[in-house]
Design a protein around this ligand. Structure first.
Ligand code: NAP
Ligand code: MG
Length: 403
């Protein structure tokens, strides 16, 4: 048994990923590690019973202990309220946790030799950092019914003259939107990107549309640059470069790039580009995600959801073939970070052994249906959910007894 010195916050979730959560812990984590898990159950019914207090408590526990690992959770909509008899459409747990930890989300694909990216030039992972505050996600909109004037007004709290800008003089119906962002949030995003890039030793790209948006997008460019300037000596010492370009130029360049970079994106760009990259690298089941808070707190998870369609098949007693790779990498990410912060290299090494066992299993031809469809060569059959985890368990045991 390897001892993990400091607790890890373990956050359980819903549906198919909840099934995999238990299997991964029982077969790949708990037999090998003496670890103090601070457990929270974010099953949608527990969130409902506690009026979502459990989510808030889980976020504070991550802040206290420094490292957490989270299973995918249902974000309730009207159908879910009906399905589970919920009191209300509780907010997205990830949104709640992010608001408390004030973090930036980094998504990175896991690469295996027999699942080639759709883009031939991508030979190394491309990590996306999505700024997760403001812009259209906190916008205010009006459906304009007919002719009239639209204005943007700012009234200083300290008094003084308000600032007015004419948006448009409507001569007929249309639409109107106001959005905002905050200097503090943009700076903390840039700081998180710089910290992540230094940690991983990869170059940073940031892109916006400052040629068109000469105030709003230019502010993002300038604040990001200021943070880069403030960290220039650390970046130089680690050989990490910073590159700013227009978002359309970045989109074109990424298709010809070999990867191995951090692509920092504004909120909307990150939403779109992260889904494009996940598909381009092969499967959502291979995409990991980590929330890095400026206070040095980390939460690891798979980028995908609860895989509802597979869960319903599971409930009907049908066989499922759901990929647990990103879930396992959420655990190894948390363990490696815990080991790094604690100064326990055996824990970091175990995390790497487990990751290598997963990659070897897939490269050896045992994989779930999502990968079996796109792997070269294609395996004779896809492993089911349990077979895949058991195959990894065998590899892990062999590796650990050899080392
Ligand atoms: P999803 O769970 O990511 O699944 C969408 C589809 O992607 C699946 O139906 C499946 O395709 C494929 N897929 C995703 N992960 C897979 C895996 N590990 N192995 C194999 N295939 C995989 O998204 P969703 O169905 O839109 O959302 C379900 C629930 O998850 C929702 O309640 C949503 O609120 C929640 N959600 C949570 C998080 C989070 O907690 N981080 C993130 C996103 C969504 P096929 O059916 O074609 O096989
Ligand atoms: Mg999206």
């Amino acid at each position: 048994m390897i001892t993990v010195r400091t607790p890890i916050v373990d956050i359980n979730g819903d549906e198919m990923t909840r099934m995999m959560w238990g299997m991964v812990k029982d077969k790949l984590i708990l037999p090998y590690l003496d670890v103090d898990l601070v457990e929270f159950d974010l099953h949608v019914q527990v969130r409902d019973e506690t009026d979502d207090q459990v989510t808030i408590d889980a976020a504070h526990a991550i802040a206290e202990h420094g490292v957490g690992v989270k299973c995918a959770t249902i974000t309730p909509n009207a159908a879910r309220v009906e399905e589970y008899g919920l009191k209300q459409q509780w907010k997205s747990p990830n949104g709640t946790i992010r608001a408390i930890l004030d973090g930036t989300v980094f998504r990175k694909p896991i690469m295996v030799a027999n699942v080639r990216p759709m883009v031939r030039s991508w030979v190394k992972p491309i990590t996306i950092a999505r700024h997760a505050y403001g812009d259209i996600y906190k916008n205010v909109e009006i459906q304009v019914p007919g002719p009239g004037q639209a204005e943007l007004v700012y009234r200083p709290a300290a008094g003084g003259a308000p600032i007015h800008r004419l948006v448009h003089t409507f001569e007929g119906p249309g639409v109107l939107m106001g959005m905002h962002n905050l200097d503090d949030s943009i700076r903390s995003f840039a700081q998180a990107c710089i910290a992540y890039a230094l940690d991983e030793g990869i170059d940073i790209w940031f892109a916006a549309k400052d040629t068109i948006s000469k105030t709003y997008h230019s502010r993002f460019r300038d604040l990001f640059q200021e943070e880069v300037d403030a960290h220039q000596s650390e970046l130089d010492a680690s050989g990490v470069s910073y590159f700013y370009t227009l978002i359309d130029d970045a989109a074109a360049r990424i298709m010809r790039h070999e990867g191995g970079i951090l692509w920092a994106c504004t909120n909307y760009d990150g939403d779109v580009m992260s889904d494009m990259l996940a598909a381009g690298f092969g499967s959502l089941g291979l995409m990991t995600s980590v929330l890095v808070s400026p206070r040095g707190v980390y939460e690891y998870e798979a980028a995908h959801g609860t895989v509802q369609r597979h869960y319903y098949r599971h409930l009907k007693g049908e066989e499922t073939s759901t990929n647990s790779t990103a879930t396992i990498f959420a655990w190894t990410g948390a363990l490696a970070k815990r080991g790094e912060l604690d100064g326990t290299p055996q824990v970091v090494d175990f995390a790497h052994q487990l990751e290598a066992s997963v990659v070897e299993t897939i490269e050896g031809g045992t994989m779930t249906g999502d990968l079996a469809r796109i792997a070269e060569p294609r395996p004779a059959r896809a492993a089911n959910t349990v077979e895949f985890i058991e195959a990894i368990e065998r590899r892990l045991r062999a590796r650990l007894s050899a080392s």
